[in-house]
Ligand binder design. Structure first.
Ligand code: ITT
Length: 196
């Protein structure tokens, strides 16, 4: 079954496709001919996930899901959170975001953090569903590893001594925020007919 993932992030597509397996084929908006920006202007992860999913659902009138993810750091009162992608400012990249994060934490003792992933799904009937996944961990003092994307090089999940960027995609998926949210989503899909 084909399912649209309202994202412009190829890393997310790889991670989610790996969990979904052969039963579902992810189709990106780009593959359907949409190359524009998908708006995300809400002040919560839930709001952004629904905004992205609704935008693409409206365009193609097909079942569609979106993922909005934030890194929530305790000593920074939950920042960067919903602003994780633009933490260092518009037009900045993950390197800049990580540099800002490490700088903000340089005088803090507490490096507790968590990734929170919210998946919004709009089914064939237009009904809306939400799935959440969380992984707790710590922000490292410097980048480690080259796998993954975003903040992965500085995030060490609880119970591990390596960063997400030192794990394979399959290893990260087993414990990650996205892996947990997608597993709930898959369970939901499998309990309903393939029409939904
Ligand atoms: P789409 O909105 O097109 O899906 P995006 O990259 O803008 O892609 P988000 O708004 O959800 O996605 O991402 C917020 C930020 O958090 C962004 O800087 C990502 O690089 C980062 N991020 C998201 N998931 C991550 C993960 O699994 N590991 C590390 N960083 C992640």
């Amino acid at each position: 079954m084909e399912i649209i993932f309202a994202t412009q992030n190829a890393h997310k597509i790889s991670e989610v496709q790996s969990i979904l397996g052969d039963g579902y084929t992810i189709v990106s908006p780009e593959r359907l001919g949409f190359n524009g920006e998908i708006p995300e202007e809400a002040s919560t992860l839930e709001g952004n996930a629904f905004q992205k999913a609704r935008f693409i659902h409206k365009m193609f009138n097909l079942p569609c899901f979106a993922d909005d993810t934030g890194l929530e750091v305790k000593a920074l009162n939950g920042a960067p959170g919903v602003y994780s992608a633009r933490y260092a400012g518009e037009g900045k990249n993950s390197e800049d975001n990580i540099a800002k994060l490490l700088n903000e934490l340089s005088d803090k003792d507490n490096r507790d953090a968590r990734f929170r992933c919210v998946i919004a799904y709009i089914d064939r009937l237009g009904a809306e569903h939400l799935f959440e996944g969380i992984v707790n961990g710590q922000i490292l003092f410097e980048k480690q590893g080259a796998e993954g994307f975003g903040y992965d090089p500085v995030f060490c999940p609880e119970g591990f001594h390596i960063s997400f960027a030192q794990m394979s995609l399959v290893e990260k998926n087993l414990i990650s925020h996205r892996g947990r949210a997608v597993n709930k989503f898959v369970t939901f899909l499998s309990q309903y007919s393939t029409d939904i």
